[in-house]
Design a protein around this ligand. Structure first.
Ligand SMILES: *Cc1c(COP(=O)(O)O)cnc(C)c1O
Length: 383
């Protein structure tokens, strides 16, 4: 963890340069990978760099953390070995409390919270896009946390972060925003009043589908932040140095990737919306998306690289279209260079709220014309 932001630099510059690696004896431009699991004491019994042992401290990890803190305009960031571990740390560090969560949220986290992750918390699930419902669900003095995910999987519902943060803070509750889909290129939740921002860094932050990682960041590190830190160190939910190094490298192109993926996704959304085989295109950038107005206010440089389509021909047609694409890869996860297509209901399981006629598209960095042509041929062949 490092002190964060230089307010004068644009996100693109912050991403491209990262913080200067302070400790290279060779003056290498690119930081080395600090593979040490342990650090040497001075003769006076102290640790000159403050690092003791790899479960709590590592220079490569701290370097990537400083990079993310700068991008989120945060004071401090903490990396974990997955997005799930980062999210879990928030719930585990809180004393049992009342938590308001969205009905539609990342399925893995929802399952964990309903099962072993309950941890004594009382959960209320609501439509987080409806600020009135949020206000009603919050119990002043008793609600400890409001969990936001925006845009949220797989309908890309938009939560008004500033409005929810105002309601939560009035009642003494904290707000944690899962901003995996938006990335700091499009939205900086801490600027809008969230107390903690969370990412699955597996997705856009790393961006190359080769690291599983998660991160939390805050502007005001307080008692809860210290408990989260303790949890990570004691539980051992740490990311390895090589993964942290890959993540730091991926972050350098975050701004360019997300802007380009947003542009391509917007183009695809507009073209697909006119296709007769498609009943609905779900994309916050489309004027008829229910969250469009809030998204326009809260997403700065685009509406993201994720969209979903619902097929008139139902589940069979959706699976058929996914079967016929040649360029899009049939795989779960998102935010990488390669475009992915997924029949989401198949992976979410029987009790999924995801409509079974829905295909989720993660737009990569290929030429959008090629991506569109491939989808069009898969749709034309639809029965
Ligand atoms: C993937 C994802 C997670 C979980 O992250 P992992 O890195 O897979 O553990 C949490 N939230 C969202 C929105 C995600 O997409």
């Amino acid at each position: 963890m490092n002190d964060g932001p230089d307010e004068l630099l644009s996100p693109r510059t912050l991403a491209a340069r990262g913080p200067r690696f302070q400790e290279s004896p060779t003056r290498a431009l690119t930081p080395p990978i600090d593979v040490a699991t342990t650090y040497i004491r001075d003769a006076d019994n102290g640790y000159p760099m403050g690092r003791v042992y790899g479960r709590s401290d590592n220079a490569s990890v701290q370097h990537a953390e400083a990079q993310i803190a700068a991008l989120e305009n945060a004071r401090s960031a903490m990396l974990f070995n997955s997005g799930m571990a980062a999210a879990a740390a928030v719930f585990m560090a809180l004393d049992p409390t009342h938590v308001v969560v969205p009905t539609l949220m990342f399925r893995g986290l929802q399952r964990w919270l309903r099962g072993i992750g309950r941890h004594g918390h009382e959960l209320t699930a609501i439509d987080m896009a409806d600020t009135g419902a949020v206000r009603q669900a919050i119990r002043p003095g008793r609600t400890g946390l409001v969990w936001i995910e925006t845009p949220s999987n797989p309908l890309w519902t938009i939560t008004d972060i500033a409005a929810v943060a105002a309601c939560a803070h009035d009642a003494g509750a904290l707000v944690c925003a899962d901003s995996t889909v938006a990335t700091p290129v499009l939205t900086r939740p801490l600027d809008l009043g969230a107390d903690i921002v969370m990412h699955s860094a597996t997705k856009y932050l790393n961006g190359h589908s080769d690291v599983v990682a998660g991160v939390l960041a805050v502007r005001r590190p307080g008692a809860l932040w210290s408990r989260i830190q303790e949890f990570r160190s004691q539980q051992g939910a740490v990311i390895g140095p090589f993964d942290a190094w890959l993540l730091a490298r991926g972050l350098k192109t975050l701004d360019l990737r997300v802007r380009e993926q947003s542009r391509s996704a917007a183009l695809l959304a507009a073209r697909l919306a006119a296709h007769p085989a498609i009943a609905t295109v779900l994309y916050p950038g489309l004027p008829d998306h229910p969250g469009h107005d809030v998204a326009r206010r809260q997403m700065a440089a685009g509406f993201g690289g994720m969209l979903s389509i619902r097929l008139r021909g139902g589940a069979a047609q959706a699976i058929g279209v996914a079967a016929r694409v040649a360029l899009w890869e049939r795989a779960t996860s998102f935010g990488g260079v390669e475009s992915l297509i997924e029949h989401r209901a198949s992976i979410e399981g029987a009790d999924s709220p995801c409509p079974d006629d829905l295909l989720r598209l993660s737009v990569g960095l290929e030429d959008p014309g090629d991506l569109l042509r491939d989808l069009m041929q898969a749709l034309e062949a639809a029965p």
